[in-house]
Design a protein around this ligand. Structure first.
Ligand code: NDP
Length: 232
């Protein structure tokens, strides 16, 4: 059975990725900061003890990433989904309130940690059958799509992630690894809020189809959950 490793698995899209891939029979390494505190993830784990393994991982702590990669040394990972992310909406959404410390944190979590994860886990992915790294980005990181301004921190952290992902796609191509930046849609999660246009189940079903169809030829693309290309 193929294997998934996903970050931010305790709630929102990460929890739904865990649910859907486990229900489809995949082995899932579900990573989050505090597995013991998520009732939903613990219940899912109990329902799929043979398929879900929980790992404590704060993606902002790069030593933890290295340790997990070492723990899983002999495990091929077919799909690595860098899903964990933050939206510091209290800071930097307007020109007048840019919070530079919050910006650094957002860069560490949203832009740098996916690269660190890719570095640490490239060898695990390279020895799998599917060989895919998926970075969950946002359309808000599209410079071409920015028609409303503001949101300096979130937008720029996802734009940086997009740029990182493009280089990764080129650099990992010779190992047969495909890299995609994937926009989940505007989704009803804690981050997306209740006005989101779709729910997590719809978003993740769409993203799973895009991931399943991903070929090395499409590596380095910026795509939405419904398969539509997004301008950079
Ligand atoms: P949620 O806010 O519901 O969940 C965010 C997840 O990221 C939580 O599991 C959270 O864990 C985790 N996380 C945050 N910081 C860290 C960290 N340092 N280490 C480990 N985990 C961390 O958001 P969504 O599920 O909606 O978002 C998932 C991804 O999708 C994000 O990358 C987001 O930017 C992106 N996205 C979402 C959209 C939406 O409309 N919902 C739209 C576009 C993109 P904890 O509980 O410990 O905080």
């Amino acid at each position: 059975m193929p294997t998934l490793l996903v970050t931010g698995a305790n709630r929102g899209l990460g929890l739904e990725f865990t649910r859907q891939y486990a229900e489809a029979g995949w082995q899932v390494h579900a990573c989050c900061r505090s597995p013991e505190d998520s009732h939903a993830l613990k219940a899912l784990h109990t329902a799929h003890l043979d398929r879900i393994t929980l790992h404590k991982l704060d993606v902002a702590d790069f030593n933890q990433i290295d340790k997990l990669a070492e723990t899983l040394t002999d495990t091929p990972i077919d799909v690595l989904i860098n899903n964990a992310g933050i939206y510091p909406d209290h800071a930097g959404s307007r020109l007048s309130n840019a919070d530079y410390e919050a910006w650094l944190t957002a860069f560490r979590v949203n832009s740098m940690s996916p690269l660190k994860m890719a570095q640490a886990f490239a060898s695990h992915v390279a020895k799998s059958s599917e060989k895919k790294i998926i970075n969950i980005t946002s359309k808000m990181g599209s410079i071409a799509d920015n028609g409303s301004g503001g949101h300096y921190i979130y937008r720029s952290s996802k734009t940086a992630l997009n740029s990182v992902s493009k280089s990764l796609a080129i650099d990992l191509g010779n190992q047969g690894i495909s890299v995609l930046v994937l926009h989940p849609g505007w989704v009803q999660t804690d981050m997306g809020g209740p006005n989101g246009l779709i729910n997590a189940e719809q978003s993740v079903s769409g993203m799973r189809q895009v991931i399943a169809k991903l070929t090395p030829k499409q590596s380095g693309q910026f795509i939405a959950y419904d398969g539509q290309a997004i301008p950079w």
